[in-house]
Design a protein around this ligand. Structure first.
Ligand code: SF4
Length: 331
C-alpha cells in the first residue's frame, strides 16, 4: 500500500493519522512479517489490523543457484494458483534484482519463454514488492530492474504503486536512478511513465526494420518502433534519467552491419545506450545465437556511428535464469 492507502486504513481503524507512517516504517524499513511485530502501535489496534489485513510478506518457495552465483527465486502468487520467478545477479560493483510484473505475459515475443507460457495473472503491487525483502535481507542490492516475467507497462497502476513505495521517504527511500523499467513500448503507458516517473527506461527494440521486428514482436503492429522513438524525442535524457535499447542479436537475422547502421539512424539524436544481448535458445524456436565475433563487429559499427553500445554478460543460463528464459512451463 502507498502512504495514501495506509492513511485510509488508519482512518478506518480509528488510528491517529501518523499511524500510517508508522505502519509504512514497519512494512518497508523493518520488513516485519506479522502485524503484531509493529510494537509502537497499540496492542488492541494491532489485533484489529490483523483481523482485516496481512503484511503480504512471504518467503520464496524455491531457489536455484547458478555456477556463476546468480540466484533464481520462485514465488507463489495469485492465491497459490501461479508461480513467478525473480533473479538476483551479483557482480563486482553492483548487485541487481530482476523483478517480475506479471505471471506469464500476453505479448508473445518469439524469443521469450515467458511469452510462450502465455498470460496467467496480473501481479498485485504487494506481489511485486514481495520479491525484494527476502533478497535484501540476505544480500547486497544496488539495483532493481523490471525485466522479469511480464510487461510492466501492461500492469501500470500496480507498477506505479511499487515505484512510489520504492522511491518515497516513507517507503524504501531508493533513488529512482537505481531502478530500471523495461518495456516493449506500449505507447500510452510509456507516455505516462515518462511523464510521472524518474526511473530509468529500457526499450526492447531487437530490430530497426518494421517487418523484422514484427516477426519477432507482435506488438510492433500496434506500436511500431518509430512511434516509440518519436515519443522519446519529446523528452530530455541529458540529465539523470537514462534510456537504453535492448537488442538481442540473432544469427543471420538482425546481426548485419546494415542493421547496425539502420539502428544508429533510427535512434540518432537521442542520448542513449544500446545493450547487445546474447540470445538464449528456446526449444521449438528457429532462432540462433550470434557469434561473439559478429557481436563485437556490430558493437564496433554502432560505436563508429556515434552510439554507445555494451555487450551484456549472460548470467544464470544453467538454471534458466538468463534473459528470456523465465517461465513456469516445463523446460
Ligand atoms: S520479452 Fe517481455 S514482453 Fe515479450 S513475451 Fe517476454 S516477458 Fe513478455
Amino acid at each position: 500500500m502507498t502512504l495514501d492507502e495506509l492513511k485510509a486504513v488508519a482512518s478506518k481503524m480509528s488510528l491517529p493519522g501518523y499511524a500510517a507512517r508508522q505502519i509504512a516504517y514497519w512494512l518497508y524499513r523493518k520488513r516485519v512479517r506479522i502485524i503484531d511485530e509493529m510494537s509502537n502501535i497499540a496492542a488492541n489496534k494491532r489485533q484489529q489490523l490483523s483481523d482485516y489485513y496481512e503484511t503480504g510478506l512471504f518467503p520464496p518457495t524455491g531457489k536455484e543457484i547458478s555456477t556463476d552465483g546468480t540466484i533464481k527465486y520462485l514465488y507463489s502468487v495469485n492465491n497459490g494458483n501461479n508461480f513467478i520467478e525473480s533473479v538476483y545477479i551479483p557482480a563486482k560493483k553492483r548487485a541487481t534484482l530482476c523483478v517480475s510484473s506479471q505471471a506469464g505475459c500476453k505479448m508473445n515475443c518469439l524469443f521469450c519463454m515467458t511469452g510462450k507460457q502465455g498470460f496467467a495473472a496480473q501481479l498485485t503491487a504487494s506481489e511485486m514488492l514481495n520479491q525484494i525483502p527476502f533478497v535484501l535481507d540476505n544480500n547486497e542490492l544496488t539495483n532493481i530492474v523490471f525485466m522479469g516475467m511480464g510487461e510492466p507497462l501492461d500492469n501500470i497502476d500496480e507498477l506505479f504503486k511499487v515505484l512510489e513505495i520504492l522511491t518515497s521517504d516513507y517507503g524504501y527511500g531508493w533513488s529512482p536512478k537505481r531502478i530500471t523499467v523495461s518495456t516493449i513500448g506500449i505507447l500510452p503507458g510509456l507516455k505516462r511513465f515518462l511523464d510521472e516517473s524518474h526511473c530509468h527506461l529500457a526499450i526492447s527494440l531487437h530490430s530497426p526494420r518494421h517487418e523484422e521486428r514484427l516477426s519477432l514482436m507482435p506488438i510492433e503492429k500496434v506500436y511500431p518502433a518509430d512511434s516509440i522513438i518519436d515519443l522519446l524525442h519529446k523528452y530530455d535524457f541529458s540529465h539523470q534519467r537514462r534510456v537504453s535499447f535492448e537488442y538481442i542479436l540473432f544469427e543471420g537475422l538482425n546481426d548485419t552491419l546494415h542493421h547496425a547502421t539502420e539502428l544508429a539512424r533510427l535512434i540518432k539524436g537521442l542520448k542513449c545506450r544500446v545493450n547487445l544481448i546474447r540470445y538464449h535458445a528456446i526449444e521449438g524456436v528457429n532462432l540462433r545465437c550470434c557469434s561473439e565475433k559478429k557481436t563485437e563487429k556490430f558493437q564496433a559499427a554502432l560505436h563508429a556511428s556515434g552510439i554507445r553500445a555494451t555487450v551484456r554478460v549472460s548470467r544464470g543460463e544453467d538454471v534458466f535464469a538468463a534473459c528470456g528464459m523465465l517461465s513456469q512451463i516445463k523446460k
